[in-house]
Design a protein around this ligand. Structure first.
Ligand code: PMP
Length: 433
């Protein structure tokens, strides 16, 4: 896997070796170690717009956008200023401040299904807390999730999960007792019959269904027509809550996320990534009667020292204000540029006789190295991950940094324009050769 490289990687390699003595794998999140694709992970010094720079001075066109948050590009000036001004007023108070309701107002304006919400510090916390709330509210134990969907690393959700779990090819995680996972039912995505059967087999015991409305964590997979609306109907019919995990899709597919795009209403929505403008921030929110089940009003406990952090609120407000003010331009532009890149590379591969299935919804997409349609985790797993790894390394050599796993979505920002389309297609032409 350590093919000769034309890039200089001396500094990044030294930094990785130092980090590996102190941090397991040299990383704080497994996929950053590049195990699935091989080669040295570049150590980033700074980022601006659509580009990242590494410690050896190499520049990369960024196709993963910090895994979603950087929809306006890196170091977007209004966001930088908002963070600087907030930092000067104090990094954390551990007490209420106006920024929380300011950001909450923007979020509820975009998501009509959210009447009340609570801020947390990550997508993991948002989904973990949403599950606890759903169980507390319904008085039921079982949770339905889908294979290949990732909802953070809470114990009950690390069952047949996507993202790093799929990349490492493991069914779950050591350290999660069977007793903790036994109330989690992991079903194939887009399979309504499996969901109906689960409700039949566990009558009045299913607290909630949680899903990625468009999957990003098995690579990009769209919901089949009717899948979301039928899940909505089944949940209502059986008294279960529908938790729509919009950590990736919220503010990305549209201002109102996948719910706006597909016309479906969640009972509880989880958000992360874009909502914090690149700072640690997550949200879970929904109908007031459900949210009021939370302490201090209700019996479901949930708390956080850094929750509603003033810097995160400021970055989130600056980001959402820009998205709201420039909605048409932002989402129209993202659609156009992403389609051009995703379809452009697909035709280059097609012309070269390389089997490639391109899945794209808005500005998230995946090039699967398979000739099968990809509609669930099993079909995603027909991909030739070795071919993907070679493609990834060749693209990196050509200055384009893709997400370092077949089972991850790529993301485009508003800083990606015609120049970047050209760079991407040139790199792919070279890499696919
Ligand atoms: N849900 C989804 C859909 C995600 O994509 C992610 C992270 N990629 C999470 C939850 C977890 O978020 P975090 O990494 O902020 O804990």
């Amino acid at each position: 896997s350590n093919e000769p490289t034309a890039r200089v990687t001396t500094q990044s390699r030294a930094l990785q070796q130092r980090a590996a003595r102190l941090l397991p794998g040299g990383v704080d999140s497994p996929v950053r170690a590049f195990l699935a694709v091989g080669g040295d992970p570049p150590f980033v010094t700074h980022a601006k717009g659509a580009y990242l720079w590494d410690a050896d001075g190499n520049r990369y066109l960024d196709f993963f956008g910090s895994w979603g948050p950087m929809i306006l590009g890196h170091a977007f000036e209004p966001v930088v200023e908002a963070i600087q001004q907030a930092a000067a007023r104090g990094a954390s108070f551990g007490a209420s401040h106006a920024g929380e309701a300011n950001l909450a107002e923007l979020v509820t304006r975009c998501f009509p299904s959210i009447q009340k919400l609570r801020f947390v510090s990550s997508g993991t916390e948002a989904c973990m807390s949403a599950i606890r709330l759903a169980r507390g509210f319904t008085g039921r134990k079982f949770v339905v999730k889908f294979e290949g969907c990732y909802h953070g690393h809470a114990d009950a959700l690390l069952v047949k999960a996507g993202s790093g779990i799929a990349t490492l090819g493991i069914p779950g995680s050591a350290g999660v007792p069977e007793e903790t996972a036994m109330h989690t039912l992991a079903l194939p995505y887009n399979d309504l019959t499996a969901v109906e059967l689960a409700f039949e087999n566990h009558p009045e015991q299913i607290a909630c269904i949680i899903l990625e409305p468009v999957v990003g964590n098995a690579g990009t997979i769209a919901p089949a027509p009717g899948f979301l609306s039928e899940l909505r109907r089944l949940c209502t019919q059986h008294g279960a809550l529908l938790i729509v995990d919009e950590v990736m899709t919220g503010f990305r597919l549209s201002l109102g996320g996948a719910q706006q795009m597909y016309g479906v209403q969640a009972d509880i929505t989880t958000l992360g990534k874009i909502v914090g403008g690149g700072l640690p921030c997550g949200v879970f929110g929904g109908r007031a009667e459900i949210m009021d089940y939370l302490a201090p009003l209700g019996p479901v406990y949930q708390a956080g020292t850094l929750s509603g952090n003033p810097l995160a609120m400021a970055a989130g407000i600056a980001t959402l204000e820009h998205l709201i003010q420039h909605e048409g331009e932002v989402y129209g532009g993202l659609e156009r540029v992403t389609a051009h890149i995703a379809d452009g590379v697909a035709s280059i591969a097609h012309a070269a006789g390389i089997p490639l299935t391109t899945n794209r919804v808005g500005s998230m997409f995946t090039w699967f190295f398979t000739d099968q349609p990809v509609t669930d985790f099993a079909s995603a797993a027909t991909s030739d991950t070795k071919a993907f790894a070679r493609f990834h390394r060749a693209m990196l050599e050509a200055g384009v940094w893709l997400p370092p796993s077949q089972y991850e979505a790529a993301f485009i920002s508003t800083a990606h324009r015609d120049v970047e389309i050209g760079l991407a297609l040139d790199a792919a032409r070279h890499a696919l050769r």
